[in-house]
Ligand binder design. Sequence first.
Ligand code: GAL
Length: 681
Amino acid sequence: MISTLLSRTPRGSDGDPAPRLLYGADYNPEQWPREVWEEDVRLMREAGVNLVSLAIFSWARIQPSADVWDFGWLDEIMDLLHAGGIGVDLATATASPPPWLTTAHPEILPVTANGETLWPGARQHWRPTSPVFREHALRLVRALATRYADHPALVAWHVNNELGCHNVYDYSDDAARAFRDWLRARYGTLDALNHAWGTAFWSQRYSDFEQILPPRLAASHPNPTQQLDFKRFSSDALKDHLRAEREILREITPEVPVTTNFMVMGGTKGMNYPDWAAEVDFVANDHYVVPGPRDRDELSFSANLTSGIASGRPWFLMEHSTSAVNWQPVNVAKRPGELARDSLLHVAHGADAVCFFQWRQSAAGAEKYHSSMVPHAGADSDLFRAVTGLGATLGSLAPIAGSEREPARVGILYDWESWWASEQDSHPTSLLDYRREALDWYSALLDLGIRADLVTTRADLSRHQVLIAPVLHLVTAELAKELTRHTEQGGHLITTYFSGVVDENDHVWLGGYPGALRELLGIRVEEFGPLLAGDTVELDDASTGSLWTDRISVTDSGTEVLAHYRTGVYEGRPAVTRRAAGAGSAAYVSTRLGVDGLTALLPRLLAPAGVTSELPEGARGRVETTVRSGPGGRFVFLVNRTDDTVPVPGLTGDVLLGTTGADGSPVLGPREVAVLRQTAG
Ligand code: GAL
């Protein structure tokens, strides 16, 4: 629980025992001479920093060779930080194996699907399934845990770093062995595996587990279920490494919470985080903005999804950037106000910690152009002043610490298995983008000023009156039942193209698509009609579809057609439908409408549930709102999504952050955030 972490973190200099929001960064003192360390601690105090993540890439420094250990420097910095009132989230330092280890044991290096070795020289060059790597990594974890078990600066453990960032898919012989073991455990018998993988196709039948390989570079499309299982296995292999490190930490320091930093952000899909969440004592996430249209919608979406993964409980923003990163084609600097607004948007979605990569900008190495809290220019800089300003703001938001997300009436279901399965090769289209579709729905709701929670299939789906399930491609019999039950009890389901098509083995539900949801939706699709890139179809409600169309027949008298295709191969046929199901309804959108199309359609889809915006009219679409609540009150966040000044009339509460107009209600300057505290009730 994050409460354990909050209670372990040093108190403010005012001695106030109440928990505070955490503020800090990855700290890499080994890159700097000793004399900089004291200045670092002084500046951290000035900035309001109360926590740093230490030793993330320190393996080669801590263990310079197999039997030599050097903890002196780490002891010293731990002591200095503690004396400065700064807690340490201490890394297990296993993310980047040192050169002596990879030279002695090149068999720990990952191998690509093409059989190429990923050589040392960067980081994370290790196989999740290598027994040799595991042994060396765990030896290091044990040494660190034993050494710092009683150090007063230690507030949490940070396992490895961004597990799977560079090494999620390894096709080595170690991986092959571990994959076979994983398959034996999943299927028990070869017959069951042969059935699940549909090996009657293309003469793929296995007569011995030893014949099975990871889906390495092949002559054509590898078996789809083999590919899906390899994704499941690869996520599990990393999860297994997380557990192995965690077990040692729990054995030696049972009272110290353990986490690892997830990467819920665009482009990262290999790790099934909803499945990992129970393995850590609190969820931590890293997020980087990729500049472009609606980039802050993506930030909000990722933060919201992290909250869903954390089951609505507070979580820890382990890394984001104060300004530019170094790894995009063009690394755009943040504009004034964005450092604070981006940080507070994470807090709005449940973050109790705001941390950056990294404290002091490196002078050398691949990340020397990555922004940090102390830039190359030094503390006399606008950036450091913004950092210090944010520290003060977070100080004033202390009452929020520990509060949970207050559920919204609308939930968007985000499912890793459907993500993986819907984007595999040899499909009707290679242009489908699972995350994009979910994000479009989210943006449309933001544009309408309607609060929505991202939820995962592990959540209690009945909590949301309206459940939007974009591209819910893989639907098990149990999930289909759960969704049906939801509508029977008055819930409203909205789903889209390519949903309910396959089961957990990636076998098509037969008899007409979307097999698993056909009855619930009261429709039957005989054929998919994917569209070429750039092609569109018109609907008779004046919207435009792209990417996908379906040849839909209505099969139930209770199904109403909300829009028909006006053009295209399926001209005149239904495009958007809704069936009154039980006490609720089930709607289907058969094409990609994009944000504008969804913004136009959503009010009709939400009408049966009576869901409308909680924001006053002038603020809708311009302001994002979230609610956190706990013993300290009900906290309403208002985040200005625009570059204009936006008044939000009619909202009451104590103003914890932000400015107010003559009538006492919040007025948000460009990119500003306000927080109102209302009495819980
Ligand atoms: C993360 C990583 C950090 C740093 C950062 C740069 O992926 O955990 O160590 O590399 O990206 O944006």
